[in-house]
Design a binder for this molecule. Structure first.
Ligand SMILES: [Fe+2]
Ligand SMILES: [Fe+2]
Length: 314
């Protein structure tokens, strides 16, 4: 029996209408100007509402999703008020146990007090069994297991210099991810790694890259994963990383709210179905893309990928 989950990214759902530019400094001021010029036209609340309707009315196999992965950039410049707006949106989307969130570079735009920012999102980022208080930071990577699937969330959003949109996972997180990949492989789980930045070397512009993609990729090549999903580029693309366990698809989804006004792709989210088969897993990927004429998300490209794997215990 197939298990289903979905991913959306980069909703950039917040409004900065009430923000005064003179109150902002450094990187936030530049981000605010970019929002005034372009981003407020590109990212539409109507598109996000249509996405939410589509999620509710097109459940694959009429089953609830095992998880909805949200891979960062909910905000524009990471202001506390934006974290409040995003928290309200997340609550409208579903329960924290059903939605798995990692931060993006816009959310971690500058160094800001945890209590007024990421603490508000904590339940949506937390690993299974995490009973920490709002004030406690999250230790990434996080692990959630639903049925036969392990969801491994990696945070790459860290404050960077103005004009830079890079991300960094860090050696400690990569080391812990390695341990979690090994442990979940032993349990025979289908391992999904979700993060904001692209972990495949050379796929993203220099100022938008994951600075430690080489280290990340080297680790993945040794320890494997069945799927990696990310956002950040606001474009769809597909690549594969070869690992000792077999090929790992790396799939980028465009922004969930985009109207494709400035060269980025139209709003999209992806639905994944996983089925265990004799020689590994079958992974179906179904893209749903916003169509402005109908104001609705419609089925777009789909593909079926055979992942050849030796199951634990075989
Ligand atoms: Fe983004
Ligand atoms: Fe981003």
């Amino acid at each position: 029996m197939a298990e289903h989950f979905a991913q959306l990214s980069d909703p950039h759902l917040t409004s900065l209408e009430s923000v005064q530019a003179r109150d902002l400094i450094n990187k936030r001021a530049l981000g605010y100007l970019s929002w005034r010029r372009r981003r407020r036209h590109e990212h539409s609340p109507q598109v996000l509402a249509a996405l939410q309707d589509d999620l509710a009315s097109n459940a694959p196999g009429n089953q609830p999703l095992a998880q909805l992965l949200v891979t960062g950039d909910l905000t524009h410049i990471g202001l506390p008020d934006e974290f409040q707006q995003a928290r309200a949106w997340l609550e409208g989307l579903g329960k924290p146990t059903d939605i798995a969130l990692v931060p993006g570079n816009h959310d971690a735009c500058v160094s800001a007090p945890w209590d007024s920012t990421f603490a508000l999102w904590r339940p949506y980022m937390a690993a299974d069994g995490d009973s920490g208080a709002a004030a406690d930071p999250i230790e990434f990577p996080t692990l959630r297991v639903r049925g036969g699937i392990a969801f491994l969330g990696v945070s790459t959003g860290v404050p960077k210099a103005p004009l830079m949109a890079t991300g960094t996972a860090g050696t400690a997180q990569i080391k812990r991810l390695r341990e979690l990949l090994l442990a979940t492989k032993k349990r025979g789980l289908f391992r999904v790694v979700y993060l904001h930045h692209c972990p495949a070397r050379g796929r993203e512009k220099w100022r938008k890259r994951l600075t430690d993609a080489a280290l990340f990729q080297d680790m993945l090549e040794v320890n494997g994963a069945e799927l990696v999903v990310h956002g950040h580029g606001h474009r769809r693309h597909y690549t594969q990383l070869s690992t000792r366990d077999g090929a790992t698809p790396v799939i980028a989804v465009p922004s969930a709210s985009a109207l494709a006004l400035h060269g980025a792709d139209m709003a999209q989210y992806n639905v994944f179905s996983v089925q265990r088969v004799d020689k590994g897993w079958k992974l179906d990927v179904n893209a749903r893309v916003y169509e402005p004429a109908s104001g609705a998300f419609l089925p777009d490209e789909s593909c079926s990928i055979e992942l050849l794997r030796q199951h634990a215990g075989d």
